[in-house]
Design a protein. Sequence first.
Length: 316
Amino acid sequence: MSQYLDSNLKLFALNSNPAMAQEIAKVIGVELGKCSVSRFSDGEIQINIEESIRGCDVYVIQSTSSPVNEHLMELLIMIDALKRASAKTINIVMPYYGYARQDRKARSREPITAKLVANLLETAGASRVITLDLHAPQIQGFFDIPIDHLMGVPILADYFKNKQLEDIVIVSPDHGGVTRARKMADRLKAPIAIIDKRRPKPNVAEVMNIIGNVQGKVAILVDDIIDTAGTITLAANALAEHGAKEVYACCTHPVLSGPAIERIKNSKIKELVVTNTIALTEEKKIDKIVELSVAPLIGEAIIRVHEEQSISALFD
C-alpha cells in the first residue's frame, strides 16, 4: 500500500469492527496504532496505548453496535486514555451511532439517549466526530464539537446503478425516510413511492397502504437501519401484493437483531444490500445479503479532515 507521509496522523481501532478498521488503514496508507483492550476479572475494561501519541491527531474507529454498552464504554475509556497521553486532537470515527433512535421525547418521562451519548463523548474529551447516516440528522445539533456526517446513499445507489435494473421505483418504508428515498431516486433517476404504515408499539410494524405506482416495477426499499426487519419485510410483502415485479432492499446499518435473518429469508426480498458499518456475524451472512464497504469513503474523509479539505466535495 502507498504510505501516508504525515506521521502525526494516528489511527486506532477498538473491538466493534476490526476488519473494517484494517481496510480503512489500508485506504489511508497507515498502520493501525498499537493498543490493547483487556478485562479485569470482574469485567471492567482496561485499555493500554502501547506507543507515544503525544501531540498527534488521533482517529479512533468504533461503531457503538451490539453489544452497544460494551463498545460505548471501550470508546469512552479510550478517549480518556488518549487525553491523558497528550493527544493533540481525538477524532471519533463512529460509522454507526448507537442509541440514535432515542433522539426526542416521544412520550412523557422518556430519556433522550442520543443526546446523553453526545454529552458523554464530549465530556470524555473527544474533539470531533465522523459518522455515517445518523438516524435523525438533527443529532448533529446535540454536539458542541465539529461533526462530519457522511452519507451511505451514494454507495448503495452505485451498486444498483451497476446492476442496470429496468423500470425501478425507490420506496421509503415510512414517511420519515422520504428525504433519503428522494436522494437515492435522484441518483438513479427514478420515481419514488411511500409506504404509509402505523406502528402500534416499538419494533412492531403494521403496513397500511402504498402512495405511488409500483405495479410491474422493480421496487428498491431504502432505509438507514434494519433492526428486527419487521418493517422492511412487511413492506416488501405489501409491494409484491400491489404488483411489484421484484423487490430489493438496502440500508446503511444492518443491526439485524432477534428474528431479522429468519424474516428476511422468508420474505419477498430478492436481495438485501447493506454496508459494513456494523460487522456481520457468520450466521447473518446469508445468500440474500450483499455487503458493501464504507472503508474507502471513511478513509478519504479522514484524510480530508486531517488535511483540512472539504468533506462535502466527496458527495458532489
